[in-house]
Write a protein that binds this ligand. Structure first.
Ligand SMILES: Nc1ncnc2c1ncn2[C@@H]1O[C@H](COP(=O)(O)OP(=O)(O)OP(=O)(O)O)[C@@H](O)[C@H]1O
Ligand SMILES: [Mg+2]
Length: 409
């Protein structure tokens, strides 16, 4: 059942909306009707609308786009509400403004009952799906940031995602948040056709089906939302990152974010919004110095109620001239996970387009599995723990013929 609000001074539109929302087949209802057009709606009426707690608001803009303000305020104050706008026949640039202001559908005058009915059916369908998902899931976000370029944050992100998928048996996505030319997809042999920019540009109409069409699927069952190719590169805004994370959380149980090494606002928000924060560094002075700096800037030492970031020391090897104990002493922080340098394993993984944790037993695979197990907490059963072993024994399939996986979200 959808609770709806109607804002219009047009009697014909009012009758059409009533007949659709309150029709004999409908279980939806109009919880509030206001008889102004949006351009003349007093500010305090917005409070009435929000108090009515609707799922859908029909907003008649009247004869001009003056009432856009109402759409903007509603989408800011109640982003979960779906807005159906109506108004004059608009040129493309004005229509874009309406969509940007938050409308999911737009109905130009003169109204055809059929168009209104179809728009409402689409919304019902979309919200029906979303509600079911909301009830069951809110995925966890694991954001990885690196203290310096080239330390291995992409390698760790991808392999951790595979481990989480195997340990939990649940849907898993890697979001490559590099502003351009991120290598998450390429590192496992995928050639992305779309990027997170496509999701951002289509926020106003992305449903599950469209969202999935922007993703690539690896044979491990892990999905990837890639970063944009070079020319389009632009840093997403903080709101856009939060929107992406909201989408990913809604559709995936495990959301692994490769946040790269540039401490932009976008990365900061992806770090702060995460349930688990990981900082990847290598045992060398510049990388370690930057860990301290990143910790200061991100200032997340439990102050926001979440656990402090975990430090992952990657590409570690005996004889480097620095021990783990010395790294910890230098940082004044403990290292959560040590991942050994294994150049031949990683090269083989890149050549085969297969994550290293799926290639063979190795100390690399053990470190990542232990890390994944700590992140998933007690949620793993013994049956699920054999997942990685099963994956190792599973016959290898070439990319593009991804093995069908049964996913429980
Ligand atoms: N544990 C490891 N052992 C051996 N080589 C590794 C290991 N981890 C990463 N590498 C290698 O280090 C290089 C950099 O790795 P990766 O691309 O994951 O780093 P990054 O931090 O994501 O880099 P960028 O800053 O460019 O995004 C790659 O050649 C990768 O194969
Ligand atoms: Mg990278």
């Amino acid at each position: 059942m959808l609770d709806c609000v109607l804002i219009t001074d047009d009697e014909a539109l009012r009758r059409q909306v009533r007949s659709i929302v309150q029709g004999p087949e409908s279980s939806d209802r109009l919880v509030l009707e206001l008889s102004d057009s949006a351009s003349r709606l007093p500010r305090e009426r917005i409070t009435d609308i929000l108090s009515a707690n609707p799922r859908v608001v029909f907003v008649d803009l009247g004869d001009s786009v003056m009432g856009l303000r109402v759409l903007e305020v509603l989408s800011k104050e109640a982003p979960e509400v779906t807005l159906i706008a109506a108004g004059p026949d608009l040129a493309a640039d004005s229509l874009l403004r309406v969509i940007r202001a938050g409308a999911s559908e737009y109905l130009p005058r003169p109204f055809a009952a059929e168009d209104l009915s179809q728009a409402f059916t689409r919304i019902r369908h979309r919200l029906g799906k979303t509600r079911a998902e909301d009830a069951n899931t809110r995925g966890q976000v694991i954001t990885l940031f690196s203290s310096k370029g080239g330390v291995g944050v992409t390698t760790i992100s991808v392999n951790l995602a595979v481990v989480l998928k195997e340990l939990t048996g649940k849907s898993t996505i890697v979001l490559d948040l590099a502003p351009m030319l991120g290598t998450v997809a390429l590192s496992i042999g995928l050639q992305p056709r779309f990027s997170y920019l496509d999701v951002i540009q289509n926020f106003h109409r992305v449903d599950e089906e469209l969202f999935r069409s922007f993703l690539e699927q690896h044979e491990s069952g892990v999905h990837v939302l890639a970063s944009p190719p070079g020319a389009e590169g632009q840093v997403p805004s903080m709101d856009e990152v939060l929107g992406l994370l909201r989408f990913c959380r809604r559709h995936y149980a495990n959301v692994v974010v490769d946040a790269g090494h540039d401490l932009t606002d976008a990365v900061e928000v992806a770090f702060r919004d995460a349930d688990h924060r990981l900082i990847v560094a290598t045992p060398e002075l510049p990388a370690l110095r930057n860990v301290k700096r990143a910790m200061e800037i991100l200032s997340t030492n439990g102050s926001d109620g979440k656990s402090a970031p975990r430090i992952i020391l990657n590409q570690y090897a005996e004889g480097l001239g620095v021990t783990v104990a010395e790294v910890e002493k230098g940082l004044g922080l403990s290292v959560d996970t040590v991942v050994d340098r294994d150049s031949s394993l990683i090269s083989e993984s890149i050549n085969l387009g297969r994550p290293a944790v799926l290639l063979k037993k190795s100390s690399f695979e053990r470190s990542l599995t232990d890390l994944g197990a700590r992140i998933t907490g007690n949620g793993q059963s013994d049956g699920q723990k054999v997942g990685l072993l099963k994956a190792l024994l599973r016959p290898f399939r070439s990319n593009g013929s991804a093995a069908a996986t049964t996913e429980t979200n």
